[in-house]
Design a protein around this ligand. Structure first.
Ligand code: PMV
Length: 353
């Protein structure tokens, strides 16, 4: 008789930090040097869809596998292996407690994963990718795990992935335990708490593959003097101010902390030896455009932030769409270096999931 194939699918969203994770105190477990906070983007615009399956009929010799956007992809990396190991251990415990359960933990897992945005867009897809991988296998294994529990597993795949287990406004608490048991994500507020928040993703076409976040963090921790100031003073204060701004739906406060924290993160990168530059001249033009928009409005209506690359994400409120998106379109539409599609397809809202 043909062996049964067990299957589960899930989607996970992209998140963009407004207080950045930058620095590992334990690179093996992906334990951070500071807490961070992000906004989860709409899955209608940016998400990973992952199906996990397992079967006794799958070749044990071939083992676990991943097809990412139609291409066979590596699962041998230490981070991916850590996720598989954690999930299998939990499933094996369920099977040991209830011998009537099928022994899924002993079967190879096949993953098929797809982004609904081009990987070439230069957006960090690892957060959505690892969050979807972990939840798909957790569903397949019918693990009784909360999103915060799963966030600890996803964190070992990619730090920022732990925040993609929740929608809305999400904090990753750095924790203090050496085993990572208290380094997890929790929801600060649902998307519905501040439903008129919007994010605009501006993609710089000249984006070359720069310094990976892992080696950028390593270099920053090892060589930046400014970094100590950031993790001991700047970030703790930004976390407090940001949580307050979100609770009070105070956009000017939210925006100022977002921009200051992005600036602080990129300053520590420039302070490494040799320096790392993630923003380019086009990124800097976006910063000036946001400043001009805020000056013209006479209040803060837009906030920029940049991850480990030149692409800009701009947060604003729905009521200011014309002032923000219209102006960005006019100002940057003429500048070489923006992908036309990013200007054409100006969109993306905050998720309600
Ligand atoms: O999760 P990683 O290892 O790709 O690192 C992400 C780092 C930043 O995107 C720059 C900041 C953040 O908090 O997401």
């Amino acid at each position: 008789a043909a062996e049964k194939v067990y299957r589960a699918s899930t989607t996970a969203p992209v998140n963009i930090a407004v207080v950045k994770y930058w620095g590992k105190r334990d690179p093996k477990l992906n334990l951070p040097t500071n807490s961070s906070l992000s906004v989860t983007l709409s899955q209608a615009d940016l998400r990973t869809l992952t199906t996990a399956s397992c079967s006794a009929s799958y070749s044990a010799a071939e083992g676990d596998s991943l097809i990412l956007n139609g291409e066979p992809s590596d699962v041998a990396g230490a981070r991916t292996q850590a996720c598989f190991r954690e999930l299998r251990t939990r499933r094996a415990a369920l099977e040991a407690a209830d011998p009537s359960l099928p022994k899924l933990s002993t079967m190879p897992v096949h993953l098929v994963s797809e982004n609904n945005f081009p990987t070439a867009a230069g957006l960090a897809s690892s957060a959505a990718g690892f969050a979807a991988l972990v939840r798909a296998i957790a569903n397949l294994y019918e693990l009784p795990a909360s999103p915060s529990e799963l966030s600890k597993i996803a964190r070992q795949g990619s730090g920022s992935a732990c925040r993609s287990l929740f929608g809305g406004y999400v904090a990753w608490r750095m924790g203090s335990e050496a085993d990572g048991s208290d380094s997890l994500a929790d929801q600060v507020a649902e998307a519905a708490h501040w439903p008129d928040m919007r994010a605009l993703v501006l993609v710089v076409s000249a984006a070359k593959k720069g310094v990976s976040s892992t080696s950028g963090m390593q270099q920053t921790v090892a060589t930046s003097g400014l970094f100590q100031e950031r993790i001991s003073k700047v970030v703790p204060q930004n976390m407090d101010l940001m949580e307050k701004a979100i609770k009070e739906r105070d956009f000017p406060a939210f925006a100022e902390v977002t921009m200051r924290d992005s600036n602080s993160f990129h300053a520590t990168c420039a302070d490494t030896y040799p320096p790392i530059f993630y923003m380019n001249d086009v990124s800097k033009a976006a910063i000036r455009a946001v400043e001009a928009i805020n000056a013209a409005a006479g209040r803060t209506v837009a906030a920029y932030t940049f991850d480990a690359g030149p692409n800009a994400v701009i947060y604003y409120l729905e009521k200011d769409t014309e002032a923000v998106v219209g102006t960005i379109h006019n100002v940057l539409g003429d500048i070489d270096g923006w992908k036309p599609a990013a200007i054409e397809g100006l969109k993306s809202t905050v998720s309600l999931d």
